[in-house]
Design a protein around this ligand. Structure first.
Ligand code: TXA
Ligand code: MG
Length: 341
């Protein structure tokens, strides 16, 4: 049975206690964060963490992020904490930044996918922080989607994927950011960006200087031991996604051209674009700013898929600010099927 707790109208101490009790008992609780919904369990309880992998259908070597609510919790989970960690935490926590550090021995290898490092973040969401504090546990939480599906930005998405299969879902309404946190490896010098996300790279570099960018961030996924999450298929709906990249004008022309070709061939086409309307079988306007586009992206992929189209044509955007995270997700969803306009 799944208990759905409605907290759309804000934080409720009495209700959070119900969810916190589940966490302490080793059960699974999906909860909202500012980035996407997470599927949480006690990070230090091996059995509970194993159930996360099982529920998601997630490969055991893809490590989880451990969520904390107070900076000092970092010392219980990680060792050899560099100066950059403190500076970054001061600037960006709570917020959409995850840092990778050497782990302490009390963090089970199940949680870290067998690695000697642990990924940690402090989410900027009252419900997430309340759950961590009330349960008095660090909470391991991947995005609350079945492995390979788009991440959930609404509780409805979590219900679609997990209702009846986990103990509790907290509905906190729509998330604020819509793409997952930025993952930064602090065990290298300079630090390495492993996943672009809700905190733009430019912001990080303003504070700690130049950061290395892992090649998988922009290109095709490769088999890398350092960032196991990158080698798996991601965010892929059932429809075939194709990303059209290039200058805005040319991209728009190309989408129209492809749309006509597909129509003539009897293929049902969905379009997700920024601004202009298209005469497609399904059309979603992602918005104009990078922030709007990031927020609408995963929901658009889920909704277009539900509309039953065969192909989704997606307009590429510039890789600045949140645009880097958006393009990383889009290309993955497309299985790297990219058309240059
Ligand atoms: O915004 C987010 O980060 C959301 C919310 C719920 O906090 N969580 C999330 O978790 O996106 P997940 O599991 O979907 O993505 C975690 C990413 C994966 O790419 C994983 O490989 C990477 O972080 N990761 C976790 N631990 C790592 C480690 N020790 N070293 C390198 N990468 C790690
Ligand atoms: Mg995920």
């Amino acid at each position: 049975m799944t208990v759905v707790i409605n907290m759309r109208d804000g934080f409720d101490k009495r209700k959070i206690k119900i969810a916190a009790k589940f966490i302490r008992e080793g059960k699974l609780v999906a909860f909202p964060t500012e980035t996407v919904y997470g599927l949480g369990a006690d990070a230090l309880n091996e059995e509970a963490v194993r159930r996360i992998f099982e529920a998601k259908g997630r490969p055991a070597d893809n490590p989880l992020i451990v969520h904390i609510a107070d900076f000092d919790q970092l010392y219980e989970l990680a060792r050899d904490i560099p100066r950059e960690a403190k500076i970054l935490a001061e600037y960006f926590w709570p917020g959409p930044l995850t840092i990778v550090l050497p782990k302490k021995s009390n963090v089970p290898k199940v949680t870290t996918g067998g690695l000697d490092t642990v990924a940690i973040r402090m989410p900027a969401h009252e419900i997430a922080l309340g759950l961590i504090r009330t349960s008095r546990r660090p909470i391991a939480a991947p995005s609350a989607n079945i492995s390979g599906k788009p991440s959930p930005t609404l509780a409805e998405h979590v219900v679609d994927d997990f209702y009846g299969r986990i103990e509790c879902i907290i509905d906190g309404g729509e998330v604020k950011i819509g793409v997952e946190s930025t993952v930064l490896d602090l065990t290298t010098k300079p630090p390495t960006l492993l996943r672009p996300g809700g905190l733009p790279l430019e912001e990080i570099e303003k504070v700690i200087g130049k950061v290395k960018i892992h090649p998988v961030v922009k290109g095709k996924a490769v088999d890398v031991a350092k960032a196991p999450g990158m080698k798996y298929k991601h965010y892929a709906p059932n429809a075939q996604v194709i990303v059209i990249e290039g200058s805005r004008e040319r991209v728009k022309e190309k989408i129209k051209e492809l749309l006509n070709e597909y129509k003539r061939g009897g293929v049902k086409v969905g379009v997700m674009a920024t601004g202009d309307f298209y005469e497609a079988d399904a059309y979603i306007n992602l918005g104009n700013s990078e922030e709007e586009i990031a927020k609408n992206l995963f929901r658009a992929l889920r909704d277009l898929d539900k509309s039953g189209v065969d192909v989704i044509l997606a307009e590429g955007i510039e890789e600045k600010g949140l645009g880097l995270a958006v393009m990383n997700r889009l290309r993955k969803a497309a299985g790297y099927r990219i058309i240059k306009a």
